[in-house]
Each structure stands twice: as C-alpha cells, then as structure tokens.
Design a protein around this ligand. Structure first.
Ligand code: SF4
Length: 359
C-alpha cells in the first residue's frame, strides 16, 4: 500500500469509481490523502447521496447524561484526570433520574449515560438499576463508561442498555502509552479488545473512535477503517458507528502537546469513511461549533447531540461541577432540531423501541 504522500490523481479517481460504500484499505488511504483534498467537493456530493440512500433525510438526536467525574485514570488530555484537583461529583440514582427527566422534557428519547472510570460508585448494578428506571422514558439507552467484561455487558443488555461507545483514543501504541501512563486504562491490548466483548454480549450498537489530536489523523483513520471492517465482518448483528471527538480545551490540560486536526481534514475524514462504509452510523457531539455541525449533517453525519451538559448534575444546576471538556455548540435542542429541518432533514428523536427485540 502506498504512503498517503505518494497517492496521485489516478489513485483517487479509481477510489471514487469503486462501488459506493465499499471498503478497501487502499481506497480509504486514497480518499484521505493530501492529494484528495482537491476532490473534496465531488467526494462530498457522493457522500451526501450515499447517506441519503441508506439513512433517508433524517438525523437522530441524543443527549448525554454525565453521572460521575471521579476517575481512577490519569489520561493526560482529560479534565477528569485523577490528578486534577477540584470538587468532584457523583449522582445518586434519584439525582440521575431527575437529570434524565429534564432531558426527556426537551423531547429526547435517546440517552447516552456517561461516566469516568468510577467503578466503585457507578457500578454495573448501578447502571442496571438506572436503566430500569429510564426504560419507560427513553426508547434507546446507551453507555459511554469504563471498559467491562462480556458478562458485565450482557448484564447491562438484559437491563435494557442497547449500545456501548468506547474509543480506543489512539491506535498508535507508543502515543497510547504516553497519554495513558497509569491506571486500568493503560493496557492498550485490553482496551482494543473492548468492541469484541461488547458485540459478544449482544449489544445492538458499538461506537468506536479515536481522539483526534493525539496522533496523525490519517493513520488513525486507516486503523479505524480496519477495526470497523473487522467488527462488521465478524459481528454482523451489531451496527458499528464512528464518532469524531476532536480534542477540546479542558481544565488544567496543556493544549500545546496536541496535534490539532483542521476543519477541512475533519470533513475529509468523515466523507472518506462514509464512502467506504455505507451503513455505518456517524456521530457528532457538541464539541464542534454550530456552523461546522450544520455543514457536516450534509455529508454523512447521522446522529448529533444537542443541548449537552458535560458535568454531572449539569442539566439541573449548570456549571456546578467540572466539565470533561468545553462544548462549542451551545444551542438548545429545539434550535438544533430547527437547524436540521432548515437543511431539509427530519430530526428523529426516536427511531427504535426496546420492545422490538425479544428479551
Ligand atoms: S478520559 Fe475517561 S478514563 Fe481518562 S481520565 Fe478522563 S474520564 Fe478518566
């Protein structure tokens, strides 16, 4: 396979003429190459058409609910890093249900439960109990928490949780070691095995991603493509989604160490993955600014968060606890839904019901 810098116009045209939505490492490498930046407009049109063919003119909406910012890890890029000194907060089940009620009152039926690695308090039993309390209010409950075993994921699935997002953060082993110096998350290989465990537990949705800004984005995209291809072939009953978390400013985190990804290359990454994976979900959070999010729903994004608070208790008491990172799109859920409509898409608050599956 050629290095990205060696890819020429005919490699890109071959990639663009291959069946829409089909994957090969060579095709993905061509589409993310520096030379392909000159084809972005044409690639964007193809990605838009393909996304509409597979997903219709719809964009799903979800909201994250942060449960705890206590953490046993010290990921260098994160505001919840255990070395950071600030008042931390955990939500009891009752407090979490109250926050979820606010989210539900805004119209959301798709909720993502988020927590730092705080097993002691946000245990598997806690999540099962909370899912039980939320099942009547939300049609889709997913989690983005610490890594678990297959048996633990299976317990959560039985309790009504149908999706798990867990990023590898970086596929570069050396960079991984540098940014995850200690704690349970320091084990690269164990982390890499998480999506297998999630799929083996029967979860309907598996979210993967790299934290963009830690390493070379082109290498991360190639690794993501291979990882997704492997998961899709092996676990065809689960849907694989990509997320695109770009590093954001966070409390006590030195920004100078990051390799920031430009807007143009973020767009290129999303388009390239869409042209290789026609059926993959593509998720974008409020980390990104409003204007860019508005543009990205045109080229492949299928699910966005809105009105997000990234601190525990943030919906009922804004700014009462430290945030994991700063958000950039501060529009209300209603404003985001209106923007989606203005772009000719239908905002979807609910596209799935737990009653569809036999338990
Ligand atoms: S990225 Fe997650 S595990 Fe790492 S410090 Fe932040 S909350 Fe903890």
């Amino acid at each position: 396979m050629k290095y990205p810098s060696e890819i020429n116009n005919s490699d890109i045209e071959r990639a663009m003429n291959s069946p829409a939505g089909s994957y090969s490492p060579e095709k993905l490498a061509a589409l993310i190459s520096p030379t392909a930046e000159g084809y972005l407009e044409e690639m964007a049109q193809m990605a838009r058409q393909l996304t509409m063919q597979r997903f219709g003119k719809t964009v799903r909406l979800y909201a994250p609910l942060y449960l705890s910012n206590y953490c046993v890890n010290n990921c260098v890029y994160c505001g919840f890093n255990k070395e950071n000194k600030y008042e931390r907060r955990r939500l009891t089940i009752e407090q979490a249900v109250k926050e979820a009620d606010i989210i539900a009152s805004e119209g959301f039926r798709d909720i993502l439960l988020v927590s730092s690695e705080d097993r002691e308090f946000i245990s598997v039993d806690y999540l099962c109990e909370l899912a039980g309390r939320l099942r009547g209010k939300f049609s889709s409950i997913s989690i983005e928490v610490y890594q678990m075993t297959t048996e633990e994921y299976a317990k959560l699935f039985a309790a009504g949780i149908e999706g798990v997002t867990l990023y590898q953060e970086t596929y570069d082993r050396d960079v991984y070691r540098q940014y995850h110096p200690a704690g349970p998350k320091a084990d690269y290989d164990y982390r890499l095995s998480a999506p297998d465990s999630i799929a083996q537990a029967g979860m309907r949705e598996i979210g993967i991603g790299a934290l963009l800004g830690l390493s070379d984005w082109r290498l991360e995209t190639l690794a993501l493509g291979e990882h997704a291809h492997y998961l899709m072939k092996r676990y065809w009953k689960s849907r694989v989604s990509f997320s695109f978390p770009r590093l954001r400013p966070a409390k006590n985190v030195d920004r100078a160490q990051f390799r920031f990804l430009s807007d143009k290359n973020l767009v290129q990454m999303i388009i390239a993955l869409r042209l290789c994976f026609a059926d993959a979900g593509m998720v974008l959070s409020t980390r990104e600014r409003a204007e860019l999010r508005d543009h990205l729903i045109e080229v492949g994004i299928t699910k966005v968060s809105a009105g997000s608070k990234t601190s525990p208790g943030g919906y009922s008491q804004p700014r009462n606890a430290a945030e994991q990172f700063e958000i950039d799109d501060a529009r209300s859920p209603a404003e985001v839904a209106e923007m989606i409509r203005a772009h000719g898409f239908e905002p979807v608050w609910k596209d799935w019901d737990i009653a569809f599956v036999k338990r």
